[in-house]
Design a protein around this ligand. Structure first.
Ligand code: FMN
Length: 420
């Protein structure tokens, strides 16, 4: 498939994969491993593909070469889903030179043995160029987007940016689906922790005259590139992409779930533009992470669990913190039967996240929902929707001291309680 007159697509679709990078569920729509070839006076192949698709990729390459021989293999990223066939390529095309960052060559030795292609290496650094004829490749360092060795390359003739994993998405190319949802889940899962480095890379490409973005996963982007660049700028600066509330919860016996459902209904009734609800034990946690980054307000609802918080919520907050979750407003709903303390447990873990604001209202469910906790839910919904609450609601929401439970009655002399 030709992308431009001289740039051909030679990648493959993977519908056998269930978990990408060992954790992201792609069992429904698979993955694409993209590879390209620039056919000019010289021929440059841009990255290889996953080791499970060697034959198909070589056949695609062969067809695109149409009898020609590659002069270069340009390696943008060394993750095995792109680098696994470098050794196969090097053996099949012994004259071709390998172009990559110095760090990439170190990784090649780790994967393919010391001295690998030592006599055919072309290490390139920031700003280096490779003349192919009418096409000139300019190399742009993009370290930690998302591995240390990553680089982009820019072809001035076709105004094409080869962007490594940046601007990629989950999903094979023979599946027709919305780009943003699976690109957002992919970004926050895989690149999310490296926002500062993505910002730096965006700064380098911002001034380029771009017509095409050729990522290593997902479709080639060739229209309205500003939409994609703006999204990457929002995501990598940890900005709020959409107005709305993400509610992420856990519940064992349904009481916390009931509170979440009542809160979601209240938010919708009060005009909240979007309420995204995730059950952290049953839904895809990567989707919940995506929603937590997408919206500016997040409600975390969980049960007190052996004096701590429920494991899925602990894992979720840890994942958010690992991905540099920040700049958000958080509302907390805690459940407990005898000593609710999940709110503190969640806040202690969220202390690792920067610039987190908490709502004034925390909802405490002791056993099951009652008038007080329902009033707290209403207060929380008002606050999240920017609505001034009825003063009476604030009174109703005050947790009454626990009704004094009378001690067991003293045994009446002479009356024996039947021991079971
Ligand atoms: C294994 C287990 C441990 C719990 N530990 C506590 C606890 O330490 N303190 C407490 O107040 N409630 C504890 N609970 C009760 C829950 O916090 C919660 O009140 C109960 O599960 C009802 O909420 P749910 O219907 O949303 O699950 C525990 C529940 C379970 C299942």
């Amino acid at each position: 498939m030709h992308i431009t007159q001289d740039i051909a697509y030679i990648g493959v679709n993977d519908h056998d994969i269930d978990l990408f990078e060992g954790q992201y569920d792609v069992s429904e729509n698979g993955m694409a491993y993209n590879s390209y070839v620039i056919l000019d006076d010289s021929v440059a192949v841009m990255d290889t593909v996953d080791r499970n698709f060697t034959e198909q990729w070589l056949a695609n390459l062969d067809a695109a070469l149409d009898g020609r021989t590659p002069d270069y293999l340009v390696v943008h990223h060394m993750e095995p889903d792109h680098s696994s066939n470098i050794a196969v390529f090097a053996e099949k095309y012994p004259e071709a030179r390998i172009v990559a960052s110095p760090n990439a060559f170190k990784m090649m030795e780790n994967y393919f043995g010391s001295g690998f292609v030592a006599d055919r290496r072309m290490p390139v650094k920031e700003g280096a160029v490779l003349e192919l004829g009418s096409h000139t490749l300019q190399f742009i360092g993009a370290p930690l987007v998302h591995w240390p060795e990553v680089m982009f390359s820019y072809d001035a003739k076709d105004k094409a940016l080869f962007s490594a994993d940046a601007f990629g998405k989950f999903g094979a190319l023979d599946v027709d689906e919305d780009w943003a949802c699976e690109a957002r889940r992919y970004y926050f899962g895989i690149v999310g922790a490296f926002g500062a480095q993505v910002q730096k890379a965006l700064g380098k490409v911002g001034g380029l005259d771009l017509d095409i973005i050729c990522p290593l996963h997902g479709p080639v982007l060739s229209e309205n590139l500003g939409y994609y660049l703006d999204l990457y700028n929002t995501w990598s600066s940890y900005g709020v992409e959409s107005e709305g509330v993400a509610i992420c919860y856990t519940s064992v016996y349904g009481h916390t779930k009931q509170a979440v459902e009542e809160l979601a209904r209240m938010l919708e009734e009060k005009g909240c533009p979007k309420v995204a609800v995730s059950d952290l034990a049953r839904d895809d946690m990567a989707e919940a992470v995506e929603d937590a980054f997408r919206y500016g307000k997040v409600v975390l609802a969980t049960t007190t669990y052996n004096n701590g918080i429920f494991p899925f919520m602990a894992q979720f907050i840890e994942t958010l913190a690992e991905h540099k979750f920040q700049n958000r407003t958080i509302g907390l709903i805690e459940a407990g039967t005898w000593a609710p303390k999940a709110a503190k447990g969640m806040q202690d873990r969220l202390a690792a996240c920067a610039n987190i604001a908490y709502t004034n209202t925390t909802v405490t469910i002791k056993g099951s929902l009652d008038e007080t906790s329902r009033a707290q839910l209403e207060l929380l919904a008002d606050e999240l929707c920017g609505i001034e609450s009825d003063p009476q609601l604030k009174v109703d929401a005050v947790t009454q001291p626990t009704a004094h439970v009378a001690p067991d009655p003293e045994p009446v002399p002479g009356v024996r309680v039947q021991e079971r």
